[in-house]
Design a protein around this ligand. Structure first.
Ligand SMILES: Nc1nc2c(ncn2[C@@H]2O[C@H](COP(=O)(O)OP(=O)(O)O)[C@@H](O)[C@H]2O)c(=O)[nH]1
Ligand SMILES: [Mg+2]
Length: 194
């Protein structure tokens, strides 16, 4: 669904970070923001409650170079995790080009992971997207914590297709750019096909 502006020679792509509440979606965007040069990024906008939880979304525009003379702009969004914000989650998926699912590796968050994965698939379907075809990456976050589930187990439980999987510790920046690059790469290759 990327928006191509031929006059301005720009391609605009939308990436959405999806996943359970407090899994680390906002933290991913904050790290990307911190590590990106001023000339490549716009203002990061976070609409958060006073307890720092994403209320509607976080938004970060990024310039990722040019493809065949077109400037590529990526718009990174996160969704709110709490159950009662399903309407905003659905809305944010409108026009999405790629999805990063940020899973929480802690055993006590497995139910929340499953629920968010189901919710993602349902909401994509409602927008008419084929979950099996959309650029998609699975991130296993919070690998620094002592009680996390083994990666093999998480892969078995959370993979829904042949998607690339990245381990991450978003609060230290580990795995953050690897995840983003892979999702952007998939979006680029879709662009070239389409
Ligand atoms: N230990 C640990 N904490 C993390 C990691 N990533 C995020 N957090 C923390 O988890 C909490 C929720 O993160 P946040 O990005 O707001 O989650 P969101 O609801 O998915 O946007 C915050 O306190 C983060 O600092 C991680 O890799 N390891
Ligand atoms: Mg958030």
């Amino acid at each position: 669904m990327s928006f191509i502006n031929f006059a301005a020679r720009e391609i605009n792509c939308k990436l959405v970070y999806y996943g359970p509440g407090l899994g680390g979606k906002t933290t991913n965007l904050q790290y990307v923001y911190q590590k990106t040069s001023e000339s490549q990024k716009g203002k990061m906008i976070s609409l958060a409650t006073e307890t720092d939880r994403t209320l509607f979304f976080d938004f970060l525009p990024l310039d990722l170079g040019t493809v065949r003379g077109f400037r590529t702009r990526f718009h990174l969004y996160t969704v709110p995790g709490q159950v009662f914000y399903d309407a905003s989650r659905k809305l944010i998926l409108r026009g999405v080009d790629g999805v990063v699912f940020v899973a929480d590796s802690q055993p006590e968050r497995m139910d929340a992971n499953y629920e968010a994965l189901d919710n993602l698939q349902e909401n994509l379907k409602e927008h008419g997207y084929d979950f099996l075809k959309i650029p998609y990456v699975l991130q296993l976050n919070k690998r620094d914590l002592p009680n996390v589930l083994p990666v093999d187990f998480l892969r078995k439980e959370l993979m829904r297709r042949e998607e690339p999987v990245f381990e991450a510790t978003a609060c230290q920046g580990c795995g953050v750019f690897e995840t983003l690059r892979e999702c952007a790469r998939q979006v680029f290759s879709e662009l070239k096909r389409g």
